[in-house]
Design a protein around this ligand. Sequence first.
Ligand code: ADP
Ligand code: MG
Length: 404
Amino acid sequence: MFVKTGGVSKIAKKTVRDLDVAGKRVLVRVDFNVPLDKNGQVADDTRIRAAIPTINYLIEKNAKVILISHLGRPKGKVDEKYRMDPVAGRLSELLGLPVAKVDDCVGEAPQSAVERMQGGGVVLLENVRFHPEEEKNDEKFARRLAELADIFVNDAFGTAHRAHASTEGVAEFLPAVAGFLMENELAMLGKLLAEPERPFAAVMGGAKVSDKIAVISNLLNKVDVLIIGGGMSNTFLKAQGYDTGKSLLEADKVDLAKNLIGEAKSKGVNILLPVDVVVALAAAPDSEQKTVPVDRIPADWMALDIGPESAGHFAGALRTAKTVVWNGPMGVFEMEPFAKGTEALAHALAEIDATTVIGGGDSVAAVKKAGVVEKMTHISTGGGASLEFLEGKQLPGVVALLDK
Ligand code: ADP
Ligand code: MG
């Protein structure tokens, strides 16, 4: 399962290319958990588009393509607002082919729909999380899913960190391989951990240290440079003895931050923290604000963004990097006055000649907002899954696939 490459592990899983799919019934787990607008229509079809290469490949090979996904959190019950019909509609438009939506994902409805399928046809099964057995990874339920098909393809990287019936369980009962989106995620994220071109820099930000401790700890063994910004940097600044005023702070993580700084130093990792911050009286766009050095954060103010000098330092440290992974915004980027640090970082990444990988829902949103998506090497589709991957964890949905 793990191929050793110079002492580090690289994941090698079979893909849809490794099996003969012609005329076969192929169950494809996709991540069609798309945002819906107030009319229940697909508000952003990025995730649907991301699965198209695998679907088109299977259509070209004359397979019977049976798609399955979750949508929202229906909590194991039928919930009208989370039916897959709008997704089937959008997919049909994107493929230029009819996509039949089947009203359940196990039992009579999908069985007869699949029996009627021709090679090259596509159906989308109903939301798998309408059944409580899905998240429980119930074996019988997984078996019923498996009965619909000859081959299982997992292309849902975004849910690969969950051991559910449609991600992990079903793979026990069918030859199970990766789709192209999954393959690409594993290759890009796998390369970061196994054989990054150096210098390798990680930029960590976002609200809380506690969300990302395990990622930071794992990356400390891999990177040459560690940049910390955003809300989590306050806890590191506190660990260095600065007063952080009313900033978001995890008081119970100050010692841990101290240890991580010590560990970085002992491993020869160049760790960079903000030197100036944008502070405001409240986390509101119209609040009074100013930029101060980190040793002068006023008691009643809160740091909501990195300052321009920090942004300059960070960009400078990234200029020579050959690999960069970025997770977590540098400030409260949802509010215009506190978005400058995050924007500056997005532009710094866009300008360098390096492999750049973006993980995390908010970081991806920030890169989109800055208009530099095209400049990045890889935008991970999986928030939680990419974080767990970067923690060095094995993802159950990946482990379950056939080894190369
Ligand atoms: P990602 O989704 O990329 O993993 P996170 O979810 O960890 O990122 O963090 C994003 C959130 O962190 C955003 O909502 C942002 O407003 C918040 N944040 C960033 N900097 C600060 C700060 N200085 N104070 C409070 N919140 C912050
Ligand atoms: Mg987030």
